[in-house]
Design a protein around this ligand. Structure first.
Ligand code: TUI
Length: 315
């Protein structure tokens, strides 16, 4: 059986976090991951307090297992979301797309375990000092908002810099990825793209099919000019965005307008042409739809076999 400090700390069976995918990670997906023994997370994304509260109350009817909320720090409703998390007694939070410092005291004071998603050693060190329970070190292979460093380079550097548990993210979708994460000193892994294709994921079928069909070079990073680079599948939308971004005549306001609503269009309406299909580079490896239970058992089972067989390399 795979065990790490993470399992004991959170009372979960498998050291697996589900990514807090905006417009995708709802109460049903999160409950399915938690019921399968991982840590399911509801994406607060740009939800207001009431919308988030509804999802939290829903997940409480769907699982008795530990679950969490992912707070997207760029949300205009971030303050309300933090209040609702505290009021609803949510026990675990991951944060993304920014520095969570100003919300740490409130969350920690309410007994919430906070796992900031970080893309650099500096922020990892800072949040450890502030009392984070662990950090998710996310490399730029991931989908959505990305940093600059790869998982392979980032994870061991973060592991060396902090003593709290590190969860590796970005480019992990199978047992080999999880085993590699352990070899880097991480104590678990977070997966987004793999869970996006799960049976229990309510993302539009067109989006799911596009991810299942994607190959190794089918993603692109856009939005660097806006200060928030985002990885998504190549399509009419992302190609056009990339072109306008580099032509030097399109203003950042015009680019912002073009990006607004694009993820919702893809995830909810299935618009795979003009929507934004955020997705990690590992999509090429994700070729079948499975239940969350199948995914977690396959990934952890394969990882266990690999780690047990690792001695075979030593002569
Ligand atoms: O947050 C994510 N991934 C996301 S958020 C998102 S919603 C969105 N939609 C459109 C445009 C932009 C965002 C979609 N995908 N992953 C976690 C993550 N956090 N990756 C990188 C970071 C990060 C970045 C900067 C963490 C800390 C940070 O600190 C900022 C600083 O002050 O250095």
């Amino acid at each position: 059986m795979l065990k790490s400090r993470l399992c004991e700390l959170l009372g979960i069976e498998y050291p697996i976090f589900q990514g807090g995918m905006a417009w995708i990670a709802d109460a049903e997906l999160a409950a399915a991951v938690s019921n399968a023994g991982g840590l399911g997370l509801i994406a607060a994304m740009n939800s207001n307090g009431e919308q988030l509260r509804e999802q939290i109350q829903k997940i409480k009817t769907l699982t008795d297992k530990p679950f969490g909320v992912n707070l997207m720090l760029m949300s205009p409703f971030i303050k309300e979301a933090v209040d609702v998390v505290v009021e609803e007694g949510v026990k675990v939070v991951t944060t993304g797309a920014g520095n969570p410092s100003i919300y740490m005291d409130k969350l920690l004071g309410a007994g919430v375990k906070v796992f900031p998603v970080v893309a650099s050693v500096g922020i990892a060190r800072m949040v450890e000092k502030m009392g984070a329970s662990g950090v998710v070190a996310e490399g730029c292979e991931s989908g959505g908002h990305v940093g600059e460093t790869t998982t392979m380079a980032l994870v061991p550097q973060v592991v060396d810099a902090v003593s709290i548990p590190v969860i590796a993210a970005g480019g992990i979708a199978d047992g080999r990825g999880l085993a590699a994460a352990f070899m880097f000193g991480a104590e678990g892994a977070q997966m987004g793209t793999r869970f996006l294709t799960a049976t229990e994921c309510n993302v539009h079928e067109n989006y799911k099919k596009a991810v299942l069909k994607a190959k190794d070079r089918d993603t692109i990073v856009t939005g660097k000019k806006l200060g928030h680079p985002v990885r998504s599948l190549k399509n009419d939308m992302s190609r056009e965005f990339a072109k306008l971004e580099s032509d030097g005549t399109t203003t950042t306001d015009e680019l912002e307008k073009m990006g607004a609503g694009a993820l919702r269009r893809a995830a909810k309406e299935g618009d795979v042409k003009t929507g934004s299909l955020m997705c990690g580079q590992i999509a090429g490896l994700v070729n079948s739809e499975n239940t969350c239970k199948e995914i977690i058992e396959e990934v952890c089972g394969d990882c266990e076999k690999l780690l047990k067989g690792a001695e075979g390399w030593v002569k």
